[in-house]
Design a protein around this ligand. Structure first.
Ligand code: ZN
Length: 163
């Protein structure tokens, strides 16, 4: 099996640049190429779908609409929690990212929208919810995942964390 094009089950190493409204928000320039396991939802679907079939060395500009990116901004995706739900010594800050666990045990990222002594308002929208994302991507390398990576559904090498 020749691993010369992006397809499900291969580890893709790519250079990328993310631009929103003409402003570069993220790129691989500093950290080096990003690796992801294709077909496992490691990256947003609108980008992953467009990268399928790309060859090593190929580059592409991809515009991703909110529904295929970080979702539409949801006015309802806010929750008020009692301040006592958070450690008393925790220094809260507007915009800070928190990881919360819902009733089903799912971990979710949330952002502090506002807070006072009694209540903390959390925003469950992704910071890029509602944004049209302009990506430039270039496929640098492709490889087979290790058995463990395939089992976990994500890449272990180079991302600096494991879960
Ligand atoms: Zn893992």
């Amino acid at each position: 099996m020749a691993n010369d094009t992006v397809k499900d089950g291969l580890v893709v190493s790519m250079e990328y640049k993310l631009t929103v409204d003409g402003e570069i928000l993220d790129s691989s320039d500093g950290a080096g190429p990003l690796q992801f396991l294709a077909g496992y939802g490691n990256i947003i679907p609108g980008l992953e779908n467009e990268m399928m079939g790309m060859k090593i060395g190929e580059s592409k500009s991809v515009t991703v609409q909110p529904e295929d990116g970080y979702g539409e901004f949801d006015e309802e995706a806010f929750a008020d929690l009692p301040r006592t739900e958070f450690p008393a010594d925790m220094a809260l800050e507007e915009g800070m990212e928190l990881h919360v666990t819902d009733e089903d045990g799912n971990h979710q990222a949330a952002y502090v929208a506002a807070f006072d002594d009694k209540t903390v308002k959390l925003d469950f929208n992704h910071p890029l919810a509602g944004a049209v994302l302009d990506f430039y991507v270039k496929v640098i390398a492709l490889r087979e995942p290790t058995a463990e990576e395939l089992d976990h559904g994500h890449v272990h090498e180079g991302d600096g964390h494991h879960h």
